[in-house]
Design a protein around this ligand. Structure first.
Ligand SMILES: NC(=O)c1ccc[n+]([C@@H]2O[C@H](COP(=O)([O-])OP(=O)(O)OC[C@H]3O[C@@H](n4cnc5c(N)ncnc54)[C@H](O)[C@@H]3O)[C@@H](O)[C@H]2O)c1
Length: 596
């Protein structure tokens, strides 16, 4: 029989603590909510009422239920009020000495059978537990931000946590409507161990001025379907908390440089830019604690007209290639009203591409997204050719041929001879350096990367890759074209993986390493990222879709270019590829797809 919890205590009512109070009180538990001072208690109370008021405003909570919820919370200053609770969860700042002192005190104040839990994200639960005389009753209960919304709870057992306590806490999580994964005490547990390297990497990109905050966040939201971008997420977590988590993970997790906090984070913390809670972090918020972003001096100005921005007028576009990307890109441009010249290597290939574009457009007609007249007009704007010479009068060429540098360089050299002056030459490469392609021409200033995502007609993102030779005019033209296509163009430098792949694949590789180390299962890791961080798919589901061979190639490229030891491909990934387990396309990857 699992133990009955009737009253619980929460210590620290900041970003996490207030949300945890709400979770307990919503589920009928009496909560003693404790802070360090009257002022902090008032802030904690405001955090809670702000959240429940928003829930009422959104129709997610009835007013009477909110009042009952708040009625179950007893706000107090000081730990003495916790003498008779069945469980205490601590959510004070992420400092080991503070937590150890707190636990020693809780051990003294709380009744002997009470469970003492920490919400730490990265500190050792074991080290916290030995500050008490009851380490077998100490456990980690790691909620995710915002606690009332995120379904996941990581339950961390140490080598001394008793099995009954683990079972009691698991039953409590179920009562709270949460999904728990129970794991051992390791820095970052599952989700943060996979999340924080990625977040730190994103801050590094911003610090290096590789891309803007808006573009980094838009890239991850639109390219990967994440609920928020990494910098907005850092603001939600709190930069002070994120700094401590990274610092602890760096020290506990084998001094992986990827966890060494990017210097910018420390500067921002020192300057009081803590994120949402202080009203300003990477973004500026309406007021402290508000989720609403307001414009500040870094917000890009919407230009009245692209031409005023220096962009050239584009009406006729050449698309070179006959694969999936070229086909999608032809459709995108033709639909948006551009005159398109498709060039392939032969008449049969042209016929195939034409057929594929027709099929895709017909699908749109069947789904009611496109009228028959618009389909015909779209097709009428495309001419099909097997000779590059037809590109002599286009304003923009988009190249989407095979991903081989020698082939692309030869093609760009030919384009250089054929195309008129002032043309913009774009490559859709996802992994080759754009500058190599640019230098195959005599006009590198006119060359740029336009990295479309697959399927191009659907995915809203385009990475605009500027080399060190790309002119401002070419970049402005690329931005204007993307906007005109209804896509979000994000501008970045010419570095392996651009924004999306450089942030996504190391995370996927880390998930494989975690599985390889037998820390958790593929199912639990997928669960943790979906339910704890709101990801649309887990890392192993995504790897099986992308293809393990593709993931390995990208990861190898990143490792080779950036020489980051932490980017070395996971041996398990290499073995699976060698064994022919490539994911869905081969019937088996991390999971067996043959019987599904
Ligand atoms: N922020 C997140 O996204 C997140 C997610 C999961 C877990 N966590 C963990 O939760 C814990 C709290 O983080 P946070 O982001 O909520 O921090 P926070 O800074 O927002 O809140 C901490 C609160 O603790 C109070 N406090 C400090 N010393 C205290 C004491 N001795 N007694 C009582 N209250 C005290 C502070 O007044 C403050 O209100 C950390 O261990 C953190 O790693 C954070």
């Amino acid at each position: 029989m699992a133990r009955e919890f009737t009253s619980v205590g929460v210590v620290g009512l900041g970003t996490m603590g207030a949300g945890i109070v709400e979770v307990f009180a919503r589920n009928g538990l009496d909560v003693v909510a404790v802070e360090i001072s009257e002022a902090a208690l008032e802030r904690g109370r405001a955090n809670l009422t702000g959240s429940t008021d928003r829930a009422v405003a959104k129709g997610k909570l009835a007013e009477a239920d909110r009042d009952a919820l708040l009625g179950r919370v007893n706000f107090q200053v000081g730990l003495d009020a916790l003498h008779s609770v069945d469980l205490v969860i601590e959510a004070v700042p992420e400092h080991l000495d503070l937590k150890q002192r707190l636990f020693a005190e809780l051990d003294r104040v709380c009744k002997p059978e009470a469970i003492l839990a920490t919400n730490t994200s990265s500190l050792s639960v074991t080290e916290i537990s030995v500050a008490t005389t009851r380490p077998d009753q100490v456990i980690g209960i790691h909620f995710f931000n915002p606690a009332p919304v995120m379904k996941l709870v990581e339950v961390i057992r140490t080598v001394v946590t008793s099995a009954e306590v683990v079972a009691d806490v698991e039953a409590l999580c179920a009562r709270l409507g949460k999904v728990d994964v129970t794991i051992n005490d390791r820095a970052g547990f599952i989700a943060n161990a996979l999340l924080f390297g990625y977040l730190n990497n994103a801050v590094g990109m911003l610090e290096a001025r590789y891309a803007s905050r808006e573009d980094i966040d838009a890239a991850m939201k639109l390219g990967c379907g994440l609920p928020m971008g990494p910098l907005a997420l850092m603001d939600l977590i709190g930069l002070d908390t994120a700094y401590e988590i990274l610092d602890t993970m760096y020290r506990r997790g084998g001094r992986d440089r990827r966890h060494a906090p990017t210097p910018l984070i420390k500067q921002m913390v020192t300057a009081g830019l803590l994120g949402r809670k202080s009203g300003r972090g990477f973004y500026t918020y309406e007021r402290p604690g508000s989720p609403k972003v307001v414009p500040d001096e870094l917000t890009p100005m919407a230009t009245e007209s692209a031409l005023a921005d220096g962009a050239r007028a584009i009406t006729k576009v050449g698309v070179v290639g006959s694969g999936t990307m070229a086909t999608g890109i032809i459709e995108v441009f033709a639909k948006a009203g551009y005159e398109v010249v498709s060039v392939t290597r032969g008449v049969e290939k042209s016929a195939k591409v034409c057929e594929a574009v027709k099929t895709s457009l017909n699908k749109g007609v069947v789904q009611g997204k496109l009228s028959e007249a618009d389909r015909d007009a779209t097709l009428g704007r495309v001419t099909w050719s097997a000779t590059l010479e037809r590109l002599d009068d286009v304003d923009l060429v988009v190249e989407a041929v095979v991903e081989e540098l020698s082939v692309k360089k030869a093609l760009f050299a030919s384009l250089d001879e054929i195309c008129k002056p002032g043309v913009v030459l774009a490559t859709t490469t996802s992994s080759l350096p754009v500058i190599d392609v640019a230098m195959a021409t005599h006009r590198p200033a006119n060359v740029i990367g336009l990295h479309f995502f697959n399927p191009a007609p659907i995915m809203p993102l385009v990475e605009i890759v500027q080399t060190i030779r790309t002119s401002a005019e070419t970049a402005a033209t690329a931005r204007a074209v993307c906007a005109d296509l209804g896509k979000t163009g994000v501008v970045c430098g010419d570095r392996s993986g651009f924004i999306v792949n450089a942030l996504l694949f190391p995370y996927l590789n880390d998930a494989v390493k975690m599985l390889e180390a037998s820390y958790s299962t593929a199912d639990d890791i997928d669960h943790a990222m979906k339910l704890g961080c709101g990801y649309p798919v887990g890392p192993f589901e995504l790897l099986d879709v992308v293809g393990l061979d593709v993931a390995l190639d990208i990861q190898r490229e990143l490792y080779l270019e950036l020489r980051e030891p932490g980017f070395a491909p996971a041996p398990l990934l290499e073995h699976l590829v060698t064994a022919g387990y490539l994911g869905r396309k081969s019937g088996r990857g991390f999971r067996d797809h043959t019987h599904r």
